[in-house]
Design a protein around this ligand. Structure first.
Ligand code: ATP
Length: 305
């Protein structure tokens, strides 16, 4: 075990940002913290990194108490910082050299540039990098000290799908090398793809924790039927369709969890016909449940509104 968090609490005035969180992360694991904006992810991560102090609770990292020896721990963990806001007027190569100098042990800058496919941008000033390059640089800065644990806080937020996939392969490579990865994200598919285990966090509490596959199996024997209809059927009507176990209506978008797909589908089509709304029924399809559905089922809300 490389991270052990027990009953962590952090308040900002009357806001309880972290409300009794506890979990453990094993060496070599890719652990994800998934939750909507404001759920308490950054606060939790920054307490573990030793950047913020908790009001109460225990955090041990690599067997050391964060509250007592933060400097010692910082040598052995990688923290993703937002480079552009720190030092916009230095080059990629210079910022990595500078940060490498802060550590007792650091990797050659060339190795890190290669890992993040930043070799061609080595002389470029940080402020002139594209969004995707800046994100990759911020991950490079988390890896420069060859850390035992890399903390990546929403590493792909704001990236286009191609840049996001590029960064996913970097993270998968790190995972392949046996590094422990602690990732926060509000992208479900990112957590599903990259993490061995995920803690779903909402209002400062862990509401479910397991491997993505087991979380889905734990909460679903059903499949999801999704469609759009304007106006959508009322929840009472949707719940009366055979096979339906739960419904989520958001605007004109409807999700029905069903354990009898043919029966539910046929009820949807009959309803549309009977109400003369066949033309309004769009994008009807059946899919397997995802982590997004787990979050919806637990909270009744989408993770990203
Ligand atoms: P995001 O995805 O938006 O970064 P998050 O899950 O990381 O969200 P936190 O940033 O940890 O959530 O915030 C949790 C709660 O604590 C939010 O209500 C936030 O407004 C509040 N909060 C966070 N930092 C501070 C601070 N320094 N002062 C006051 N309130 C804060």
């Amino acid at each position: 075990m490389v991270i052990d968090v027990d009953n962590l609490v952090k308040k900002y005035g009357s806001i309880i940002a972290v409300d009794g969180i506890g979990f453990r992360v094993d060496s070599g694991e890719a652990f994800g913290m998934l939750g909507p904006n404001g759920a308490g992810k950054t606060t939790t991560v920054e307490i573990i990194e030793g950047l913020r102090t908790a009001d109460s609770g225990q955090v041990s990292v690599l067997g050391m108490d964060v509250a007592r020896v933060p400097a010692k721990i910082k040598q052995r963990i990688g923290i993703q910082l937002q480079a552009p806001s720190l030092l916009p007027l230095v080059s990629v190569e210079e910022i990595l050299q500078l940060f490498g100098g802060f550590y007792e042990r650091s990797l050659p800058v060339d190795d890190v540039l290669e890992m993040l496919s930043l070799q061609d941008s080595r002389k470029v000033l940080v402020k002139n990098l594209s969004g995707g390059q800046q994100q990759r640089l911020s991950v490079a800065m988390a890896l420069i000290n060859d850390p035992d644990i890399a903390f990546l806080d929403e590493p792909t937020t704001g990236l286009d799908p191609q840049a996001r996939r590029g960064l996913w392969s970097v993270i998968e490579n790190m995972r392949g090398k046996g590094k422990t990865i602690f990732l926060t994200t509000h992208y479900m598919e990112e957590a599903e793809r990259l993490c061995d285990r995920v803690a779903i966090i909402d209002h400062g509490q862990i509401i479910a924790m397991n491997s993505p596959r087991e979380l889905i199996n734990e909460y679903f024997n059903e499949s999801a039927i999704q469609f759009e209809m304007e106006p959508p059927p009322s929840e009472v009507i949707l719940k009366s369709f055979p096979g339906t176990t739960q419904v989520i209506v958001s605007g004109s978008e409807v999700i029905i969890y069903s354990d009898n797909i043919p029966a539910t589908m046929s009820a949807i089509l009959k309803y549309a016909e009977k109400t003369g709304l066949t033309e309004q029924l769009k994008d009807l399809y059946v899919r397997e449940p995802t982590l997004e559905d787990v979050f919806l089922k637990l909270t009744g809300r989408k993770i990203r509104e």
